[in-house]
Ligand binder design. Structure first.
Ligand code: XIL
Length: 373
């Protein structure tokens, strides 16, 4: 991907999202490995100017920070924390424990045997201590456990090598260890589709059981990978209500609104031309009507977040601009999606202005209430 795109407006000519949201909640973004290696100055500039929280897209996952037993690699993670401090953004850690992007050695025991519960717990503690401990006081929020709930009806937790090795209490153990490593960090349980009825109840069950057991958990992260082809607003509202009623903060941790069709077949893009166009329709540009539809959808989400403002801790977008969104390769490789607030040239989209307007309208409502009081 070229990094030499030149936006038609300079960043200084566009209102800063960070300023517009200064009296609300931080709106964050992710920093990719390319940004953290210094290879993507455009994204770095937009992130620093507009976003109030930085999450590492990949650089703090177990495979990135501890590829081999005790062999740590903190260069990119260090850089994220430094950039956050320089830009006045909150540094967010993602993620201490996950079933993906985690090296196999965590789960290998002596002579090829599966790891024992004790050894798995020791490795978990070693990892969490080293990573959360290193950034104590600097990384303010941690996604402690990522995606532990099953998508399958009637099944509570998803299959995971952590579950196999330790049992259902692996989640509670991880939160306790993270709290020991950094007692002031905000600890988050993070997952996708947990706003949907199918996963919401299981999530509530998990969160309640952790809270009842006195486990240090402070927030729940709704990833927020949404799509223009489906309305998730009602589900999101019901979930915000349910999660907030537990007394937990809610973070929207990975928001994007994809615009591509979902009724594709197979994982790879079709080579038949008509099929290719059907499943990848916006290669050249995002048509105005779709851009406007997406903008309205973003606006409605932010209006919802403002209605729950007392409970929302942060809203993070999973990408700086459309060119570097993971959705260009997921769940189908090589498509051209347009899910974020900035386009491939780094220009703000209709969605950006809709989010700004929602924030300004909220500020105006608050100052009216204030003046009336
Ligand atoms: C994704 C990254 O964006 C990709 O670059 C990587 O190849 C796979 O992971 N849920 C999560 C994130 O919690 O860590 C995922 O990030 C997106 C889905």
């Amino acid at each position: 991907m070229p990094t030499s795109f030149s936006p038609t407006l300079t960043q200084e000519e566009v209102l800063s999202l960070k300023e517009v949201f200064s009296s609300h909640f931080p709106v964050g973004t992710i920093l990719s490995r390319a940004v953290l290696r210094g290879h993507d100055p455009l994204s770095e500039e937009i992130a620093c100017r507009h976003f109030g929280a930085f999450t590492a897209e990949n650089s703090m996952k177990p495979e990135a920070v501890q590829p081999g037993v005790g062999a740590f690699n903190f260069a990119e993670a260090d850089r994220l924390v430094e950039l956050a401090e320089r830009c006045g953004a909150v540094a967010v850690g993602h993620t201490l424990l996950w079933h993906q992007q985690t090296p196999k050695w965590f789960f290998e025991g002596e002579n090829g045997a599966p790891v024992t519960r004790d050894l798995a717990l020791e490795r978990m503690r070693g990892h969490i201590n080293a990573v959360a401990g290193r950034y104590k006081g600097r990384i303010k929020e941690w996604d402690v456990v990522n995606e532990a709930i099953s998508d399958v009806e009637g099944v509570f937790l998803r299959p995971s090598p952590w579950l196999d090795a330790i049992g259902e209490d692996y989640i509670a153990q991880a939160f306790r260890m993270a709290h020991e490593a950094d007692p002031n960090a905000i600890l988050i349980y993070n997952d996708y589709n947990i706003e949907t009825p199918a996963k919401r109840d299981k999530t509530l069950r998990l969160l309640k059981s952790l809270l009842d057991a006195g486990v240090p958990i402070h927030a729940v992260g709704i990833q927020g990978h949404w799509r223009t082809t489906y309305s998730s607003l009602a589900d999101a509202e019901a979930a915000l209500e349910a999660f907030a009623s537990l007394g937990l903060k809610v973070m929207i941790t990975e928001m994007d609104i994809g615009v591509l069709p979902t009724n594709y077949q197979g994982a790879e893009i079709s080579t038949r031309e008509d099929e290719g166009e059907r499943i990848n329709p916006y290669i050249e540009a995002l048509p105005d009507d779709v851009a406007q539809y997406q903008a309205d959808y973003y606006r409605e989400f932010f209006e919802l977040f403002f209605r729950f403002k007392a409970h929302i801790g942060r809203v993070t977008l999973w990408g700086v601009h459309d060119g570097f969104s993971w959705l260009n390769d997921f769940p189908v490789r090589g498509r051209t999606d347009h899910p974020l607030l900035f386009d491939r040239e780094g220009n703000p989209k209709a969605a950006f202005f809709a989010v700004v307007e929602a924030a300004q309208a909220q500020s105006a409502r608050e100052s009216e209430t204030h003046n009336a009081a």
